[in-house]
Design a binder for this molecule. Structure first.
Ligand code: TXE
Length: 479
């Protein structure tokens, strides 16, 4: 299968007529070809978006909402096809794509298509002197660049608020997982999304992503991906005064106090550590356990993790599927070597898993638990983004806060305690954009989503996203 770009309402070849290999991580084999696009394709896409903008931005909210909801219907119609495609492209278990990725892609579009109908602008009265009202107008052409871990989920999370607010979009999905975005572009054609409103250019980050970032007519960039890439984008976009939303990496602490609801904590910690093969920016990779329950937790957690089945994506019993690519698998393995060099002990996992038959060349890793590392060593400071967690005991709140806040990242924390006062105190002191207490990944799409420090700039979600994709203009009328 050869993918096409989606430019000006049509599925087209790249200018270069060159293609990149797309691998199925579960088998390690090439199964489709992706356009190796370049700056010329980005220029075409931007021109199409510019031409579409006057009409799309003048279209009523209700009409824009209607077209986006039509795309939602088509996603639901093609649900099984999209689930299978996401699983094949990314390596994740089919049940996970079915439970999380594709339903969430549909609900992202639904949420923002209906949310826009409730997005009111503000008015500020100056007693009897004047009225201020604030217009929130679409920016124009915006760029959306998304990663490979939750491909359609994060792609739609960006394009939905951008389109709903009346912008036209030039988007680039990850070259590692382009398939469901391509299938979505087919659905956009079918839904009758006006031409040029959404344009999708496939290809490499340093070529296509960089061309989007550099294009002077693309006035805002919404990016999710690695922190180093985010810094590169900021270096280019900041002097051009583009609006920037950067959702970057994390090194999230999972803090477990002795007074927690133990069974719930243990079950949730299995998920927060290894869901999606640990490739979610919100996974808790540093687990801190209060000393009184450290040995019990260690024994129970290791026993359960050692039994987690690593298998091919269509195996309904697979708890973990393949990681996304060979280079990524090698990166994760190199961190396991580093952990050993730094004095860590691998309690379970720590190696590649070799399956049989057609899956023999797939990229499978055993879920891995490491103990005995200093909180400030590289393994405990750098994002690994795979099925690897460290466990570390602590005694006091002060001590665990110091360790939890010690990294450059500040995305999300999970805290387990039945003590309400302590929960609030910890939430107050922890330097993160998101705190889950006695739960993990419980999401209300209206809430601000994003991190502090090297985890990013800006917030997505709810009206925050609408504000990002609009420019405020205040109008003051003296009475
Ligand atoms: O991401 P990249 P990579 C973290 C994780 C992972 C690391 C690197 O630690 O190991 O990042 O992953 C596009 N200009 N996360 O290298 O490269 C790229 O094509 C513009 C965390 O795969 O950041 C893709 O579409 N764009 C994370 C997107 O950026 C560029 C999710 C993300 O890819 C570009 C993924 C450039 N110069 C990785 N270079 C999260 N926060 O959820 C690349 N891209």
């Amino acid at each position: 299968m050869t993918l096409r770009n989606y430019i000006n309402g049509e599925l087209v070849k790249p200018h270069s007529d060159k293609y990149l290999d797309n691998y199925d991580p579960s088998t390690g084999k090439v199964y489709s070809l992706i356009p190796d696009s370049d700056e010329r394709d980005v220029v075409d896409a931007t021109n199409a978006a510019k031409a579409a903008f006057p009409s799309w931005s003048a279209t009523s909210k209700e009409k824009r909402s209607e077209v986006i909801l039509k795309i939602v219907d088509l996603i639901n119609r093609d649900f099984d096809k999209l689930v299978a495609a996401e699983s094949k492209d990314n390596g994740k278990p089919i049940w996970l794509a079915e439970k999380v990725d594709i339903p969430r892609a549909a609900s992202n579009l639904h949420f923002f298509a209906t949310g826009i109908l409730h997005f009111a602008s503000e008015a500020h009265m100056m007693e009897n002197r004047a009225i201020n009202y604030t217009r929130r107008d679409p920016i124009g052409v915006v760029g959306c660049i998304s990663p490979w871990n939750l491909p359609l989920y994060l792609f739609t999370w960006k394009i939905a608020p951008a389109l709903a607010t009346g912008n036209c979009v030039v988007a680039k999905p990850s070259e590692i997982t382009p398939m469901t975005a391509y299938l979505l572009s087919e659905l956009c054609v079918e839904a009758g999304l006006p031409k040029g409103v959404l344009n999708l250019v496939h290809g490499l980050g340093p070529k296509v992503g960089a061309a989007i970032t550099e294009h002077p007519d693309i006035k805002a960039i919404s990016f999710t991906g690695g922190t180093a890439t985010g810094a590169q984008i900021a270096r280019t976009a900041a002097p051009m005064f583009k609006k920037l939303s950067l959702e970057l990496g994390g090194k999230n602490p999972n803090i477990i106090f002795e007074d927690c609801n133990y069974d719930k904590m243990l079950a949730t910690t299995l998920a927060s550590s290894f869901a999606n093969q640990g490739q979610i920016c919100l996974c808790g990779s540093r687990i801190f356990i209060q000393r009184g329950i450290y040995d019990r937790f260690k024994a129970d957690f290791v026993a359960k993790v050692a039994k987690r089945k690593v298998s091919f994506p269509s195996d309904p019993e697979a708890k973990l599927g393949a990681v996304v690519s060979k280079p990524h698998m090698e990166k994760v393995l190199s961190y396991i070597d580093l952990a050993k060099e730094e004095g860590g002990t691998v309690l379970t996992g720590g190696h590649q898993v070799h399956l049989e038959g057609e899956y023999a060349q797939g990229y499978y890793l055993a879920p891995t638990i490491i103990e005995g590392l200093a909180f400030d060593c590289r393994t405990n400071q750098e994002e690994i983004f795979g099925p690897v967690v460290t466990i570390t005991p602590f005694d006091t709140e002060e001590e665990v806060l110091l360790m939890a806040n010690s990294t450059d990242y500040g995305l999300a924390a999970t805290i387990w305690t039945e003590n309400l006062t302590r929960a609030h105190r910890m939430a107050n002191e922890i330097q993160m954009g998101i705190v889950w207490i006695n739960c993990w990944l419980l999401r209300d799409l209206r809430t601000p989503f994003g991190g502090v420090k090297s985890s990013g700039v800006g917030r997505e979600g709810g009206f925050e996203a609408f504000k990002f994709f609009t420019e405020a203009k205040n109008v003051c009328i003296e009475l």
